[in-house]
Design a protein. Structure first.
Length: 330
């Protein structure tokens, strides 16, 4: 029936807590849940988690303080030693330390670096530019500084002091001032995903070039990356709302809701009630030829999952809002 709403899945607070505890490897003995989820994101039933799987399944481990990150991993994997974490960071390079959600340092899987950077970079750059504007640093100043920082890095890690000293040689007056006073002068290059944190040198942090430390990274669009970031968030923290996703990621709530419209939280009233109207407005444009898109199949709204599966196989589909006709192919 048109306009009829599907019953929403209901979970108790205890069920949600149990789900999150298992996802974070905090249920059961040894810091690892005993439930046989069979999920692709988790080790096989009976298989002990690794440092990498803990970092991945929790959607990143906050690492503003390195020892706190090591303790967070140990809590979820009791056999972990400090050397295990450092080996994963500096030797096997399975995980990396970089600025991520909310512009805070996190440990994340190295193979996921590209989508974390692409998803969060617009938010981070916007924040950074507001800081830079206060001292008169323009985007061109910042680009010059990023190039200077990256070009000064070779195959070996370098400290921030070394990088800043080199960057100052080619920086303008405003940027030199920013380099003198900002707490993290190399941050723009980190936000761009061009450098990440390397092994510490005493009490000093070092940085390495991503292309030499991890290899060439794929180029991803913001929308594509944010959908994947949302999947990781839900896998670790669901059930959740768009506001929860925004608070966790640092992305503006208005932008987080645009990710929602692309296929998540469809039972959320802010989104679900708008879908039929949007489709009704689009259908006449397609029929009149104003929008020329080859449609591979038409689905009623009740067959949303099948429609998504068809899109994933390739081809574009269209929804019949009234559900009066159904034509499926492919």
């Amino acid at each position: 029936m048109l306009g009829a709403r599907k019953p929403e899945t209901s979970v108790t607070a205890a069920q949600a807590a149990a789900f999150r505890l298992e996802r974070h490897h905090l249920a059961g003995s040894g810091g690892y849940g005993s439930s046989k989820t069979g999920s692709r994101a988790f080790p096989s039933p009976g298989e002990a988690p690794t440092v990498l799987s803990v970092v991945r399944d929790t959607a990143g481990i906050q690492a503003q303080v390195q020892s706190a990150a090591e303790l967070a991993i140990w809590t979820r994997r009791r056999q972990t030693t400090r050397d295990d974490v450092r080996r994963a960071l500096w030797n096997t390079r399975e995980i990396v330390k970089t600025s991520a959600m909310r512009l805070t340092l996190h440990l994340i899987p190295a193979r996921d670096l590209a989508f974390y950077i692409a998803a969060l970079k617009p938010m981070a750059i916007g924040t950074l530019r507001r800081w830079q504007a206060r001292i008169g640093a323009t985007p061109s100043h910042v680009r010059a500084m990023v190039e200077a920082v990256v070009d000064s890095l070779g195959d070996e890690p370098e400290t921030q002091q070394q990088l800043v000293a080199r960057a100052k040689k080619s920086a303008g007056k405003a940027m030199r001032s920013w380099l003198d006073h900002a707490w993290s002068a190399v941050r723009p290059a980190v936000i761009e995903g061009l450098i990440v944190y390397g092994p510490p040198r005493g009490a000093e942090a070092t940085f390495v070039r991503v292309d030499r430390w991890l290899g060439k990274q794929p180029t991803l669009g913001v929308d594509e990356a944010r959908v994947e970031l949302l999947r990781r968030f839900l896998s670790a923290f669901g059930p959740a709302t768009p506001h929860d996703f925004a608070k966790w990621s640092g992305i503006r709530t208005s932008e987080a809701k645009r990710v929602v419209v692309k296929g998540f939280f469809l039972n959320h009233p802010d989104v679900e009630l708008k879908i039929p109207g949007a489709l009704r407005e689009t259908a006449p444009l397609v029929a009149s030829g104003a929008i020329r898109v080859p449609i591979a199949a038409t689905y009623p709204l009740t067959a949303f999952r099948e429609a998504v599966a068809h899109v994933q196989r390739g081809g574009k589909v269209m929804f019949d809002v009234d559900g009066a006709s159904e034509s499926r192919s492919g």
